[in-house]
Write a protein that binds this ligand. Structure first.
Ligand code: IPD
Ligand code: CA
Length: 273
């Protein structure tokens, strides 16, 4: 018989506790010095010892606190946690989003941890490893940074919008993304490429950029930051009525979503390799 899942608030409380400890480990390991441990999809898609150690720590903490839950992580996949437990909870973790920034000592990397219940993300936290900034959200409960409620940008003119984006690791995909960017840049205030998708989503939630889009995000890039952006009142979706996903994530306040969607659709932002 299935049990009822804990409240979103309780799942967020656990997520924050685990993410803070994970971010502390990542910070300490960075101070001790990092190097590339392996490469993944391409020679520039790197993994450090810290990516693995931090995810291992998160898996161990969740096994201790929530032994029946499933976990999906960037480095160990579904690991040995098994299918979602009787109450349908699954955790989604990116131990270090912004690994290249982390490797280079740039202050834009984060631990991202979200909790799904029956396939819907209901709680999430993104914690900047260097600055300690922490963004949280629960479904229906709003988004916050360090206790302050987030409501996104009030900009209504795409020509005045500061738009964040990112690039994948594969050369051909990056070339397509650069062509899309080339077609967009004359229609917006400017572009930012900070290098950590989860933080980009949170900055859009906060209105520190006006909107964000990117093709190629994985579930662990999107889960927590996507909820933060949604709960800040942003529309988070793909192109042509599709849900946000690997083809495209567009996060923008309602007034900017339409015009930015139109540009990105014209530029075939979800197409290409
Ligand atoms: C990457 C970062 C980057 C984005 C890439 C992601 P990783 O995640 O979020 O900003 O442009 O699409 O893969 O590899 O640093 O975890
Ligand atoms: Ca990562």
């Amino acid at each position: 018989m299935s049990r009822s899942a804990p409240s979103s608030e309780e799942l967020l409380r656990i997520a924050v506790e685990v993410a803070r400890e994970a971010a502390a480990t990542a910070y300490r390991m960075r101070a001790e010095g990092v190097s590339v441990a392996a490469t993944k999809s391409t020679a520039t898609d790197v993994v450090t010892a810290a990516d693995r150690a931090v995810e291992r720590q998160v898996l161990d903490a969740l096994r201790r606190l929530r032994p029946d839950d499933a976990v999906l992580g960037e480095e160990y996949g579904e690991g040995d946690a098994g299918p979602a437990g009787a109450d349908g909870v699954r955790w989604i973790v990116d131990p270090i989003d912004g690994t290249v920034n982390y490797l280079y000592g740039l202050p834009n990397s984060a631990v991202s941890l979200a909790a799904e219940v029956a396939g819907t993300v209901v709680a999430g936290v993104v914690r900047n490893i260097t600055t300690g900034e922490e963004w949280t959200a629960t479904r229906g409960g709003g988004a916050h940074r360090d206790g302050v409620r987030l409501r996104g940008s009030t900009e209504i003119d795409l020509g005045q919008a500061l738009v964040a984006t990112g690039f994948g690791y594969a050369a051909q995909r990056r070339a397509h993304q650069a062509r899309v960017l080339g077609g967009l840049i004359e229609h917006v205030r400017d572009i930012r490429r900070f290098g950590a998708a989860a933080i980009d989503l949170c900055l859009a939630a906060e209105g520190r950029v006006d909107a964000y889009y990117e093709k190629g995000l994985a579930a662990w890039d999107l889960a927590a930051g996507g909820l933060v952006a949604t709960e800040a009142g942003l529309r988070v979706a793909g192109l042509g009525g599709r849900a946000a996903g690997p083809d495209l994530v567009l996060a923008a306040p309602p007034a900017l979503f339409g015009p930015l969607h139109e540009r990105l659709a014209d530029l075939d932002a979800s197409g290409g390799p």
